[in-house]
Design a protein around this ligand. Structure first.
Ligand SMILES: O=C(O)CC1=CCC(=O)O1
Length: 264
C-alpha cells in the first residue's frame, strides 16, 4: 500500500503485477475501499499491472469537503494515472466506479484501452432516493443505512451462507467516513450520463449480478445497448459487489475483455 498527495490531497493506492505489463485500474463503488478488489487484483496481477485506490471520501484517502461531482472523481483518477505514468490503461469500474469510467471514456477516450462496467448505469437511483439516504446518514451515520445497503450488496445466499463475511463487509461500510459518503451520494444524485454514453467509443463490456438490487440487470443491459458495440454478461448468484461475491466469474469475464482489447 502507498500514499501520495495529488493537488495537496492524500490518496491511498496500491499496485501489483509486473510494472512493464499493460495496466488496469479498478475503481470502487460507494461505501467501499480497495479491499473489495483483493481477489480480483490477485488473479489479474499475473498478467497485468493492477492499480487500486481509495477514491476521495473513502478508505484512507482524504475527505475534502463536499459536495463532490463525478467529474471530480474523474479528475482524481487521471491525476493518479499521470503520477503513476499510466499513459493508457484499462478500467474496471463498479457502480459509481463505472460512472467514473463512463465519464472518463467520454472526456479522455485516448487514455483508455478497454472498459468493463460492472453493476452500473449512466444514472443510478433517483434524486429522491439519494436525498433520503443523505438525510439518514446525516442524522444517524452509516449505521442508519447499513442493513438495507447489505440487502443490495449481497444475495440472500451470501447472507445465509457467509454470515462472518457479511459482518465483516458491514463493518467495512460502517468505517467509511460519513462526510465522504454523503458527498459521494451527492455526486450520484446529480449524475446522469444517459444522453451522452452513445458517444463512448472505448471497447466496453457491461456485467451485472443477477441478484443486484441497486443496479438491476435490466438497467445494466439498457446501458450496454446505448454504448456502440458494448457486450453484456450476467453473473449468476451475485448481488451488487461481484469482486467480493463472485470474483472468479468477474475475473473470467473482465480478463477475457482485457485480453482482447486491453493490450492496445
Ligand atoms: O449502496 C448502494 O446502494 C450501492 C451503490 C450505489 C452506487 C454505488 O456506487 O453503490
Amino acid at each position: 500500500m502507498a500514499f501520495t498527495r495529488i493537488d495537496g490531497r492524500l490518496v491511498h493506492w496500491r499496485e501489483s503485477g509486473p510494472l512493464d505489463a499493460p495496466a488496469v485500474v479498478l475503481v470502487n463503488s460507494l461505501g467501499t475501499d480497495f479491499r473489495i478488489w483483493d481477489a480480483v487484483a490477485a488473479a489479474l496481477s499475473r498478467d497485468w499491472r493492477v492499480v487500486v485506490y481509495d477514491k476521495r471520501g473513502h478508505g484512507l484517502s482524504e475527505v475534502p469537503p463536499g459536495p463532490y461531482a463525478i467529474a471530480d472523481f474523474t479528475g482524481d483518477l487521471l491525476a493518479l494515472a499521470d503520477r503513476l505514468g499510466l499513459e493508457r490503461f484499462a478500467l474496471i469500474g463498479l457502480s459509481i466506479g463505472g460512472l467514473i469510467g463512463q465519464d472518463l471514456a467520454l472526456r479522455r477516450p485516448e487514455r483508455l484501452t478497454a472498459l468493463v462496467l460492472a453493476d452500473t448505469a449512466p444514472k443510478v437511483g433517483t434524486a429522491e432516493s439519494w436525498s433520503g439516504r443523505i438525510a439518514a446518514v446525516r442524522r444517524g451515520g452509516l449505521a442508519a443505512i447499513a442493513d438495507p445497503v447489505m440487502e443490495r450488496w449481497f444475495t440472500p445466499a451470501f447472507h445465509s451462507g457467509r454470515p462472518d463475511d457479511l459482518a465483516g463487509w458491514r463493518n467495512a461500510l460502517l468505517r467509511q467516513p460519513a462526510d465522504g459518503y454523503v458527498a459521494t451520494c451527492e455526486a450520484l444524485r446529480d449524475a446522469d450520463l444517459t444522453a451522452a454514453i452513445g458517444g463512448i467509443r472505448v471497447p466496453t463490456l457491461a456485467v451485472a449480478g443477477d441478484g443486484d438490487l441497486s443496479t438491476p440487470p435490466d438497467l445494466v443491459r439498457a446501458m450496454a445497448e446505448r454504448i456502440p458495440g458494448a457486450g453484456f454478461a450476467l453473473i449468476e448468484g451475485c448481488g451488487h459487489i461481484p469482486p467480493v461475491e463472485q470474483p472468479a466469474r468477474l475475473v473470467a469475464l473482465a480478463g477475457g475483455h482485457l485480453e482482447r482489447y486491453g493490450r492496445g
